[in-house]
Unconditional design. Structure first.
Length: 360
């Protein structure tokens, strides 16, 4: 089965997730991954990825509008490129603003496609409403949907977006950003906690601030790193001893070092579909403290590096404090879990579209 994996985002987890999927399937029996990324993707610009079908997309809002308006000219050219690849099926690794163009070209080329759904709903504080509209249109036109958690599956069913089509399941398994760092605590200093990601209300940073305010500051060092609007919560976090807030975009080239700095990742979420940061932390052998919300429960249940707590400040503080008094044992990073998940997903796609994959 020749499987196109595409993701045309410029920054963030999408391009990386697509690249990891294609890499994981490279040696799989019976499947030939074909990767398509945006030439403007950060991982392409930094030389971290190569792909079989690079596509020029856009650099800003004006460029995106021009690309969308020129779709009647783009789709025929894109269709011819797809036909030359002799594809059996395609997978959108994470929906983006131009995927309806790719979907139209795939239909013209006679290639069935599935869409991976990371989030079925906008997160509280999210402003990407137009992208959510495009995602729904893409899902309604896809031949199959892929949900990364049962939480997402349930929401897709409730929203009427499945409509009798195959609903495939996948797991956001650990995937690495570089070689494994030393185990937690190897630096010999204070317990290092990292809260990383978009600085939006659904991340529960107010819970983190309230939890840290109750802990003795001497034994803990905390970094809150990510990008988002300034808020009273971020200001309150900055006032806590031992806590630094870095409101900035973190490039791909820094992620490995950032995870390696931490002993533990803290997911203080009030709501979540699943977490790519948790997957990266597990691959790096970091401890994880996470609230029992949404898809995090399924993703981290049974994870030896994770300690789950209720989504309130007291429970979160107790879980963080337990890393000082009763630390989790070091576990060797699992480097092959993502490959197993990718092969299983490829097998499901082959079955959904009745493609003879020959997968073992």
């Amino acid at each position: 089965m020749r499987l196109l994996i595409w993701q045309w985002g410029r920054r963030g987890a999408g391009p990386r997730f697509a690249m990891e999927l294609a890499a994981a399937l490279q040696g799989a029996r019976g499947v030939q991954p074909v990767l398509s990324l945006s030439r403007q993707a950060e991982i392409m610009q930094d030389g971290l990825a190569t792909c079989d079908m690079p596509v020029s997309t856009y650099r800003g809002a004006i460029g995106w509008a021009v690309r969308l308006a020129s779709a009647p000219l783009t789709v025929p050219r894109l269709t011819r490129r797809l036909q030359r690849l002799d594809l059996d099926a395609a997978l959108c690794a994470m929906p983006g603003p131009l995927d309806l163009v790719m979907g139209a070209a795939l239909r013209r080329a006679g290639v069935p496609y599935a869409v991976t759904v990371h989030d079925a709903d906008l997160h509280p504080g999210d402003t990407l409403r137009l992208q959510a509209v495009f995602q729904r249109r893409l899902l309604r036109r896809a031949g199959a949907l892929v949900a990364l958690s049962s939480h997402v599956s349930e929401r897709l069913e409730q929203q009427g977006l499945v409509s009798g089509r195959p609903l495939l399941s996948a797991t956001l398994s650990p995937f690495a950003f570089g070689p494994p760092p030393p185990p937690p605590g190897a630096h010999g200093g204070k317990l290092r906690l990292l809260s990383f990601g978009r600085l939006l209300p659904y991340k529960g940073l107010d819970l983190l601030q309230a939890a840290l305010a109750t802990l003795t500051p001497g034994g803990i060092e905390v970094r809150v790193v990510g990008q988002g609007p300034e808020s009273a919560t971020l200001a309150a976090l900055r006032r806590l001893p031992g806590v630094t807030v870095e409101n900035r975009w973190v490039p791909e080239t820094e992620l490995g070092a950032l995870l390696g700095w931490a002993d533990a990742l803290v997911l203080s979420h009030r709501e979540a579909s699943q977490s790519g940061v948790a997957a990266a932390a597990a691959a790096a052998g970091r401890w994880i403290v996470a609230t029992r919300v949404g898809g995090l429960v399924q993703q981290l249940q049974g994870e030896p590096l994770a300690r789950l707590c209720d989504p309130d400040a007291g429970s979160l503080a107790a879980a963080i404090g337990s890393l000082l008094t009763d630390p989790l044992p070091a576990v060797a990073p699992r480097r092959n879990a993502f490959a197993h998940s990718a092969v299983n997903l490829a097998h499901q796609i082959a079955m959904a579209f009745d493609v003879s994959s020959g997968l073992a």
